[in-house]
Design a protein around this ligand. Structure first.
Ligand code: FAD
Length: 404
C-alpha cells in the first residue's frame, strides 16, 4: 500500500508527518531515518546538553508517533535511492512505494580534511557527537574550536562555563560572518570578555596527533595544544542518495515556492531544501530551526493531500546563546547599510537594522529578545527603510518610557 513517505526523521520530517495528519490525511505514513533514534531536537546539543541533563532531547515518544500519529518507523536505515518512475524509495533491501514523498534529509557537518583518524576530533551535529564532546569537556580537555559560527561559539561558551581553556580559530575577520554579515565585532567582544582566546582572520592548516589529537597548526605556524577539537565549519545538504533521481540538486534540493521538487508528489523541507522564498524573490536554503519546522509542516500537508500546496514564505530567523547572551537574527545578512537602532553594541545590548536598497531586510538583536519579532514582521510586510526607522524611533521611546 503506498501512502506518504518521509525520508529524514528529524525536525522537518516529524513536522511533515504532523502536518499531513493535521491536514486530514488518514492514509499510511512511513518515516525513514538514518539514525537509530526517535526524532530529537538539535539546538540543545550545543547548549544545555553540554552542561545540563544528559537525556536525549526527543520530540515525541514512540507510542505517540506510532499509536497517535499512526506512523511506521523505519529507523537506523538510510534511503539510498529514489525511483520516481516506480514512485518508490529504496531503503536497505526494501522498496517503499509512495503516493507523496517528503525529502527531509537535512545536512551533514563538514569535517576537517585529514583528521578522521584522530580520536578527540568531533563535529557537532548528532546526539553521538554531543555525547562525545560532553565527555571530553567532563574530562577537562583543552579545547580548540575550528570556526566561530553559532555551533562553534556555543561550544566555546560551554567550555568556558566549566572554566576550561578554549581557543576559537576563525578564517573570517569576525565571528558569524555568514549569518549576520558585518556586525561580528560585538560577538568577538563577547568571546573575549568571557576568556575565550579568539583568533580571527587565520586558517587552520593541520590537526595533528598520534592516534589522538594533540595539536592544531595555524597558517602562521602557531601551534595550539588540544585535547578536544570541535569542527564548526558548516554543513552540506544530505543529497547524495538523490543523485540521478531527476530532482535538481544545487546546494540542496531545488524547489519552487510551494516546496515542490518538480517530480510528481515529491516535496522537500528543512536544511536540505533550496526553495524560492517570495519575501526576497529568490532561492535560498536555510539551516534554521523555525524554517525547518514550518517547511516540514507545509511539505507534509502538500505531499499528502494533492492539490493543497500553497506558497511558503518566511523571513529567516535564528537564535544562538553565547555565555549569558542571546543573539537573534531575522532576515538576510547582506546589506547596503547597517544602523544601530536601539541600545549600544559596547554595552552588549542592542538592535541593529539592515537595509538593502530601499527596504528593511534584516535585524540583529543582542540581549533584546522582545524586539526581534516586531522587526521581523516589518520585513515580512516588505517595509521600506524610512518606515522601519520611524518604527524603531517609536520603539525607542516606548522602551525608554518602560524603563522609567
Ligand atoms: P536534520 O536535523 O539535519 O535531520 C535530517 C535527518 O535526516 C537526520 O536525522 C539524518 O540522519 C537523516 N538522513 C540523512 N540522510 C538520510 C537518508 N539518506 N536516509 C534516511 N535518513 C537520512 N537552529 C536555530 O535556529 N537556532 C539554534 O540555536 C540552532 N542550534 C543548533 C545546534 C546544533 C548543534 C545543530 C546541529 C543545529 C542547530 N540549529 C539551530 C539548526 C537546526 O537544528 C536545524 O535547522 C534543524 O535540525 C534542521 O532540521 P532538518 O529536519 O531539516 O534536518
Amino acid at each position: 500500500m503506498s501512502g506518504l513517505v518521509v525520508v529524514g526523521a528529524s525536525l522537518a520530517g516529524l513536522r511533515a508527518v504532523e502536518g499531513a495528519r493535521k491536514a486530514g490525511y488518514r492514509g499510511s505514513v512511513t518515516l525513514v531515518g538514518a539514525e537509530e533514534h526517535l526524532p530529537y531536537d538539535r539546538p540543545p546539543l550545543s547548549k544545555a546538553f553540554l552542561d545540563g541533563p544528559a537525556e536525549a532531547p526527543v520530540f515525541r515518544q514512540e507510542s505517540v508517533l506510532c499509536d497517535e500519529l499512526g506512523v511506521e518507523l523505519v529507523l537506523g536505515t538510510r534511503a539510498h535511492a529514489l525511483d520516481p518512475a516506480q514512485r518508490s524509495v529504496h531503503v536497505g533491501d526494501r522498496e517503499i512505494p509512495y503516493e507523496g514523498l517528503v525529502i527531509a534529509t537535512g545536512a551533514t557537518a563538514r569535517t576537517f580534511p585529514g583528521s578522521a583518524h584522530l580520536a578527540g576530533v568531533h563535529t557537532l551535529r548528532t546526539l553521538e557527537d554531543a555525547r562525545a564532546v560532553r565527555a571530553a569537556l567532563d574530562a577537562g580537555a583543552r579545547t580548540v574550536v575550528i570556526g566561530a559560527g553559532f555551533i562553534g561559539s556555543e561550544v566555546a561558551s560551554a567550555a568556558r562555563k566549566r572554566g576550561l581553556p578554549v581557543t576559537v580559530v576563525e578564517a573570517a575577520p569576525t565571528p558569524l560572518m555568514r549569518a549576520i554579515g558585518a556586525m561580528g565585532e560585538p560577538c568577538s567582544a563577547l568571546h573575549r570578555a568571557n576568556g575565550t582566546d579568539l583568533r580571527c582572520g587565520i586558517a587552520v592548516t593541520g590537526v595533528e596527533g598520534n592516534g589522538r589529537v594533540e595539536r592544531v597548526r595555524l597558517a602562521d605556524d602557531t601551534v595550539l595544544d588540544a585535547g578536544l577539537v570541535v569542527v564548526g565549519a558548516g554543513a552540506v545538504p544530505a543529497t547524495e542518495w538523490l543523485a540521478g533521481s531527476g530532482v535538481t540538486l544545487e546546494d540542496g534540493v531545488v524547489c519552487d515556492e510551494t516546496l515542490a521538487t518538480g517530480l510528481p508528489g515529491v516535496y522537500a523541507a528543512g536544511d536540505v531544501a533550496r526553495w524560492h522564498n517570495p519575501v526576497f524573490g529568490r532561492g535560498m536554503r536555510l539551516e534554521h530551526w523555525s524554517s525547518a519546522a514550518e517547511q516540514g509542516a507545509a511539505a507534509g500537508a502538500a505531499a499528502a493531500v494533492p492539490g493543497s500546496a500553497e506558497p511558503y514564505e518566511t523571513v529567516p530567523y535564528f537564535w544562538s546563546d553565547w555565555y549569558d547572551t542571546r543573539i537573534q537574527f531575522a532576515g538576510v545578512p547582506g546589506a547596503d547599510e547597517i544602523r544601530v537602532a536601539q541600545g549600544d553594541p559596547d554595552e552588549g545590548r542592542f538592535v541593529a537594522l539592515y537595509r538593502s536598497g530601499a527596504r528593511l531586510t534584516g535585524v540583529l538583536a543582542v540581549n533584546k529578545p522582545r524586539e526581534i519579532m516586531k522587526f521581523r514582521a516589518l520585513i515580512a510586510r516588505r517595509t521600506g527603510w524610512s518606515g522601519a526607522l520611524e518604527f524603531a524611533a517609536r520603539r525607542r521611546e516606548l522602551v525608554s518610557e518602560g524603563a522609567r
